[in-house]
Design a protein around this ligand. Structure first.
Ligand code: OGA
Ligand code: MN
Length: 290
């Protein structure tokens, strides 16, 4: 197995690892160390089976159960696809299920709206379109490093608030009253320190809706400024998919987004597993009423 830097501002590729054949503890530890260092890990090969993806994902930590809105709800997979889960047929572009996926085109960190935020996501390409559908990732670690020292000092102690009702609202998606009654906004430190290398990063993106104790207009202004800063080209990696690719991104240190493809003409099926960040248990996440 060999690990090499990507030709990008951050990220690495692991060569010579076949996840479907089973990953040894030692190989996992090398991948894990590279993940902590580079924030994005690319592994290319034959498409994963669901079972191999789960086994590999669980080496990183507990997989999240998928929320109701996703077609794979109740499993550990978030299915990102324009194919009906039962028939395999293309879902019409105007279908509510496709509308929901538009949210992926906003820069975001997966599960930031949950009481326990995420360590990483593992996205496995099962079927890819012949054109389009790349995934972009921006490093909020590189972005944080490049902030001026005064701004770092200002944002270091801040707590931000995150909400799925808020972020889905950005694309015009509304939850009904029953759904909303079960949803709360959550709080997380805006700036997080990697426990292995002490590098700081920012938990920002579409789910972030305010800074605790601030007027929302002021909170959003800061959050939007930080996001525009973080998503400059010089902090971005764009992944052009090949079938079988596995992309791991650090949700503590990156935001990502989907890019368009012709969903009427093409087929795309990606399976995501999402791993919780257990170090989050140390923080008081008491949910705040939305
Ligand atoms: C995700 C996601 C982007 C894509 O799976 O969390 O945002 O390109 N995916 O499918
Ligand atoms: Mn996502």
């Amino acid at each position: 197995m060999k690990i090499q830097r990507l030709d990008a501002p951050f990220g690495c590729e692991v060569l010579g690892l076949d996840i479907n054949s089973g990953v040894s503890k030692n190989d996992y530890l090398q991948v894990r160390a590279a993940f902590e260092t580079y924030s994005v890990v690319v592994i290319r090969g034959a498409p994963l089976s669901d079972a191999s993806q789960i086994e590999f994902s669980e080496m990183f930590g507990p997989c999240e159960k998928t929320l109701k809105g996703n077609p794979a709800a109740g499993s550990v997979f978030a299915r990102q696809s324009n194919l009906d889960i039962n028939t395999g047929d293309q879902i019409p572009a105007e279908d509510r299920r496709m509308f929901y996926q538009k949210a992926n085109m906003l820069w975001h960190a997966d599960s930031a709206f949950k009481p326990r935020a995420s360590l990483c996501s593992i996205l496995s390409a099962r079927i890819i379109p012949s054109a389009g559908g790349a995934t972009e990732v921006a490093s909020t670690r590189l972005a944080y490093d490049a902030l001026d020292e005064n701004l770092k000092t200002t944002i270091d102690p801040l707590i931000a608030e995150y909400s799925l009702v808020w972020s889905r609202g950005l694309i015009g998606y509304e939850f009904n009253d029953e759904e909303r009654s079960t949803m709360h906004k959550v709080r997380h430190p805006l700036v997080r320190e990697n426990p292995v290398n002490q590098k700081k990063s920012m938990l920002i993106g579409a789910h972030a809706m305010n800074i605790e104790g601030w007027e929302q207009a002021d909170g959003l202004k800061l959050l939007n400024e930080l996001l525009s800063h973080a998503t400059q080209q010089k902090f971005c990696y764009r992944h052009e998919w090949q079938e079988g690719d596995v992309l791991i991104w650090d949700n503590r240190a990156c935001v990502h987004r989907a890019t368009p493809y012709d969903s009427n003409a093409e087929k795309r099926l990606m399976q995501r597993t999402t791993i919780g960040d257990l170090s989050e248990e140390a923080f008081d996440h008491k949910a705040v009423a939305a």
